[in-house]
Design a protein around this ligand. Structure first.
Ligand SMILES: NC(=O)c1ccc[n+]([C@@H]2O[C@H](COP(=O)([O-])OP(=O)(O)OC[C@H]3O[C@@H](n4cnc5c(N)ncnc54)[C@H](OP(=O)(O)O)[C@@H]3O)[C@@H](O)[C@H]2O)c1
Length: 235
């Protein structure tokens, strides 16, 4: 029986991923910072709920204790993420981005991933087949954003893409440090969720596909990679 924790699973891609992994027979923990939203989602899915705010050391440590007491963890999906906005609700670009935008974004998207990994690595190391999925973004690809012929080139934001580039580096470095772990970055694609005001072109079912696939990667499968649903992406 595989035990899977998904951060930020009360809605969006995390919720859909939880639904699919429950269906596949995993014991799924819906991590959510808000207890009401998290419990409601877990009840709807037939999953378990654990309170987990990725920006809060005490919350993450308590969640790790809960899972340890319940029997451990095999698969960690670092899904919780934000896209910080300016006061007029636009994406901060080179002319407007501040250190605060960067700090807020990194606190969730990057430090949150490190905080959760640090707390749960001891449990993952006790698993026979430990897996981590870091939900990155195609906007984290330096290759694509610097290529004038790639559609992502037009994207002017600063805080969100840099945070996802940092997530990709976490994937590379943790993969080398923990060869027994399958740890990969994934790009779900532009998906209709609250993150983008529901402007995405894909459904959550389409977006969750690569997350679900990498959550179930075999012990001899890839590690330290960056994938979308069609295969490897350039960093
Ligand atoms: N949608 C896309 O097009 C797209 C594309 C590429 C990558 N992604 C990535 O996919 C992941 C999921 O995003 P989504 O599109 O599903 O967005 P979403 O619907 O806004 O969901 C984000 C989830 O993260 C949670 N979250 C935010 N801050 C948190 C914190 N401090 N602690 C715990 N949970 C927190 C939210 O909880 P609350 O309900 O409490 O706010 C929510 O459950 C993100 O990492 C995002 O960057 C999305």
């Amino acid at each position: 029986m595989t035990t899977t924790l998904i951060t930020g699973a009360n809605k969006g891609l995390g919720f859909e991923t939880a639904r699919r992994l429950v269906e596949a027979g995993h014991t799924v923990y819906v991590g959510a910072r808000d207890a009401d939203r998290g419990r409601r989602a877990a009840d709807e899915l037939g999953a378990r709920f654990v309170q987990l705010d990725v920006t809060d050391d005490a919350s993450v440590a308590a969640a790790a204790k809960t899972l340890e007491a319940d029997g451990g963890l095999d698969v960690l999906i670092n899904n919780a993420g934000i896209e910080t906005r300016t006061e007029d609700n636009s994406v901060p670009v080179a002319a407007t981005v501040t250190a605060d935008h960067m700090r807020t974004t990194f606190e969730t998207n990057v430090f949150g991933v490190v905080r959760v990994l640090h707390a749960f690595l001891p449990l993952l190391q006790r698993s026979a087949a430990p897996v981590v999925v870091n939900v990155s973004s195609g906007l984290g690809s330096l290759t694509h954003l610097s290529d004038p012929d790639h559609p992502a080139h037009f994207y002017p934001g600063i805080a969100y893409p840099t945070s996802k580039t940092a997530v990709n580096m976490l994937t590379v470095q943790y993969a080398k440090a923990f060869p027994a772990l399958r740890i990969n970055s994934v790009e779900p694609g532009f998906t209709r969720t609250d993150l983008n005001g529901n402007t995405g072109t894909q459904t959550v079912a389409e977006g969750a596909e690569i997350i679900v696939r990498m959550a179930q990667v075999a012990p001899d499968g890839p590690t330290g990679g960056y994938f979308d649903v069609n295969g490897p992406l350039p960093w």
